[in-house]
Design a binder for this molecule. Structure first.
Ligand SMILES: [Zn+2]
Length: 457
């Protein structure tokens, strides 16, 4: 980043039809270019100016493409790709208690998490997601997977007051978390540790306090599912006499490095508290719809200034990791819900999927926009296609018309990881074969399929 910006750089992406920067002004450049050196964006703007200013070791000409920041998936349980499509069409509590928790107890180990996360990374990178924020178990294995794929990630080790796949005795949670943070010390710069308390109804006040204290001391992101269902709000009110956000606030859990996943059942006062504390919300529209959890008050959150990112949630409640479809649905759904077509305009939704998502996961200074000084996380979409022609407004197209399958090239940290729609870092056919091998064990598990709760295969 301290190299000479006016001479030779590592990489120049140029002759780009449309460049969408996702900076504060949501600048769009026609015939643009991006200069990258040492994994960092040194310049982005009109291609004539940049071609005159920089010589590059590698020049990539991108006519017929739109280049924009890689997308940020703010809430994932990546390894759950291996549970894609089990337990469809059930309410959240039934789905969790009768399908997902038993399946996790019987199948999830380090090898499962590494393979499931590799599969997730392949899906995400090919679909234009360059950063994800995970919350699961065996996160050291998730880190190995993310490192292999070349993706950027914030990896949250799960904490519950109940036995979990990687901790049968929850009273040993502190030691487990310390071991995780110790391991994270040797991760590459593209991977950051985080801690993930599952929910206010699975983590008691004491757990929430010490986990957040530890996050604060280490300067890392604290994640938690909050107010996903009406049941949860009633349960927390019954137990603690207050709504979930007030419960968390009283415990000192909410600040600008706190990410609340879902936030479906928030009232106006709770939204005010989140805004005041600077806590972020991950909006998971497809998961919320599929589990009939409800509709998050996204328009009110944005009005209050709460940072809102987009997330897919785990694959078993979605059933994919596609942020293009999350953008398209977010932009449309909240218009219908509020009866106001000006709500969630394309610009705001694209910000959620990029720069606001980066802010929500604690990476505001590193990714989410194409601005000098940020790490070079970029995607190039092929726009010379019937469903993207003609193009009057590139931002409109990204949100309302583009598909994840339009992503043709991807760079993370200045390194190309997808070229011409092919993943360069992983052997995809081999991953699919391995996934099928684990699926065979899940498919033959009568504990999941025979109790009437799992859907038929
Ligand atoms: Zn979740």
């Amino acid at each position: 980043m301290t190299k000479d910006h006016t001479a030779t750089v590592d990489l120049l992406l140029t002759r780009i039809d449309w460049l969408v920067l996702c900076d504060a002004d949501m600048t769009v450049v026609e015939r643009g270019a991006v200069a990258v050196d040492g994994g960092v964006i040194v310049d982005a703007g009109p291609c004539d100016a940049l071609e005159a200013r920089y010589r590059a070791r590698e020049v990539v000409r991108l006519p017929g493409h739109l280049v924009m920041p890689g997308l940020v998936n703010t809430h994932v349980h990546a390894a759950m790709t291996l549970f894609r499509g089990i337990g469809d069409d059930l309410p959240l509590q039934t789905w969790l208690q009768e399908v997902i928790f038993p399946a996790e107890a019987r199948h999830v180990d380090g090898a499962f998490v590494e393979l499931g996360t590799v599969l997730a990374c392949a899906e995400m990178l090919l679909g234009g997601t360059t950063t994800f924020c995970d919350g699961y178990f065996f996160e050291e294995a998730a880190a190995r997977a993310a490192a292999r794929s070349g993706i950027r990630a914030v990896l949250g080790q799960g904490v519950l007051d109940f036995p979990s796949p990687d901790l049968k005795d929850p009273s040993r949670a502190r030691a487990r978390v310390e071991a995780f943070l110790e391991a994270a010390g040797s991760w590459p710069e593209t991977l950051r540790p985080s801690l993930f308390c599952h929910a206010p109804y699975t983590c008691g006040p004491e757990t929430l306090r010490w986990v957040k204290d530890l996050c604060r001391r280490r300067g890392i992101l604290f994640q938690i599912h909050v107010s996903e269902t009406r049941w949860e709000v009633e349960e927390i009110e019954r137990k603690y006499g207050k709504r979930p956000v007030f419960h968390l606030d009283e415990l000192g859990v909410l600040d600008s490095l706190t990410l609340c996943a879902h936030g479906v059942w928030l009232d106006e006062d709770e939204i005010g508290v989140l805004a005041e504390r600077g806590a972020a919300v991950s909006h998971n529209v497809e998961s919320n719809l599929k589990l009939a959890s409800g509709m998050a008050p996204v328009a009110a959150l944005l009005r209050a200034g709460v940072p809102v990112g987009l997330g897919t949630d785990g694959c078993a409640s979605n059933n994919d990791l596609d942020l293009f479809s999350e953008m398209a649905l977010t932009a449309r759904l909240h218009k219908a819900v509020t009866g106001d077509p000006t709500v969630c305009p394309a610009r705001d939704v694209l910000r959620m999927a990029t720069v606001h998502g980066a802010r929500a996961v604690g990476l505001a200074h590193e990714t989410g926009s194409l601005e000098s000084g940020k790490r070079a996380d970029l995607i190039a979409l092929r726009i010379d296609q019937p469903h993207l022609t003609p193009l009057y407004d590139p931002i409109s197209h990204v949100v309302y018309a583009a598909r994840s399958s339009d992503v043709n090239h991807v760079w993370v940290d200045g390194r190309q990881v997808v070229r011409d729609g092919q993943l360069l870092t992983l052997d995809v056919p081999e991953i699919l074969r391995e996934a099928e091998r684990i699926a065979a064990a899940v498919r033959s598990d009568t504990h999941i399929w025979s109790d009437g709760s799992g859907n038929s295969v």
